[in-house]
Design a protein around this ligand. Structure first.
Ligand code: R5P
Length: 305
């Protein structure tokens, strides 16, 4: 039985090459071409016939990636791959998980249906599970969520003096609790009111008990950064130490990074699920050990029997 084959579109090639090594897989070669009319062509140059294939693609700009990803999966299938899995360090379209206004698309479900048709299994890191409680509620293929909380907690324990971990809203409690446990630190959950994409207010009840501590705002995603900015703005003036802001996925839309610095963040740190200068926590070892042959992800038949 040969080792699995990893393919990636060019933007993820560096990450995927390291992941292939960590997972004991071969890094497969492919070529892509964009035609003048904007159409994309994909050509696999490593034979994947009868091989297990993992396609690595972080979905930070999902609309532009969805079709090339579909072409890649479909081409591998036509070339005879035995099973085709998607490793999406960041899984997009998890936050539009309900019909918030009459007639609105529930894109989390549509996107899950699209990926479930194209792949045999999925592995991701800390997807935004809120109203959708489990990936299996929307994905019809085996879908596993790994958690970066231990890696983030260890980073906090090693780099932040006397941390108090703060989740900026009730949804973030799941990440704050896990991260604080790994960091062996106390934790709090703030109250957030969101009035629109860019209008957010955060208050942190109970913070007065942690005067000598460094506030560490933790969340799954920094997108517009407004949640973290509101948290940092609330802390400034009320707390003696400037906050450290840590997220699993750093999207940083529309100047969010600079806005967060201006709001008073002492340091901004993310994992490398999405490439960004703030990446300080490497999740390749976490993914690699989970995808290795004989790993505990036995529910996903990644390797041919
Ligand atoms: C919300 O439910 C999420 O956990 C994050 O708090 C949110 O997605 C962050 O978005 P933004 O950076 O745009 O405030």
């Amino acid at each position: 039985m040969s080792e699995p084959l990893v393919f990636a579109l060019p933007a993820d090639a560096g990450f995927a090459g390291r992941l292939a090594e960590a997972a004991g897989a071969e890094f497969g070669q492919l070529a892509t071409h964009e035609f003048p009319d904007g159409e994309t062509s994909v050509r696999l140059t490593t034979d994947c016939s009868s091989r297990d294939v993992m396609i690595v693609c972080t979905l930070r700009r999902p609309n532009g990636l969805a079709l090339p990803l579909l072409f890649l999966a479909d081409t591998a299938r036509r070339a005879g791959a035995s099973r085709i899995g998607l490793v999406a360090p960041y899984l997009a379209y998890m936050r539009q998980d309900a019909e918030f206004h009459t007639g609105e698309a529930v894109t989390a479900r549509t996107f899950a249906a699209f990926l479930s048709r194209s792949f045999d299994w999925l592995v991701t890191i800390d997807p935004h599970l809120h109203r959708i409680r489990r990936l299996s509620d929307v994905y019809t293929i085996p879908a596993v969520a790994l958690h970066a909380s231990s890696d983030i907690g260890e980073w906090i324990a090693a780099h932040v003096e006397s941390p108090v971990v703060i989740g900026p809203d009730a949804e973030s409690a799941q990440w704050a609790r896990g991260i604080a446990t790994a960091a062996r630190a106390p934790w709090l959950v703030a109250n957030k009111v969101r009035r629109g994409d860019a209008s957010v207010e955060v208050t942190v009840p109970g913070l007065e008990e942690f005067r000598g501590f460094t506030p560490v705002l933790v969340d799954d995603i920094i997108s517009t950064g407004r949640t973290m900015m509101a948290g940092a703005a609330h802390l400034s003036g009320r707390h003696t130490r400037q906050p450290v802001c840590v997220a699993v996925h750093g999207i940083f839309a529309h100047g969010a990074y600079d806005g967060l610095v201006a709001a008073g963040a002492a340091r901004i740190v993310t994992t490398n699920t999405i490439p960004h200068p703030s990446n300080a926590i490497d999740i390749v070892p976490l993914l690699g050990s989970s995808l290795r042959a004989g790993s505990t992800l036995v529910q996903i038949p990644i390797h041919s029997q």
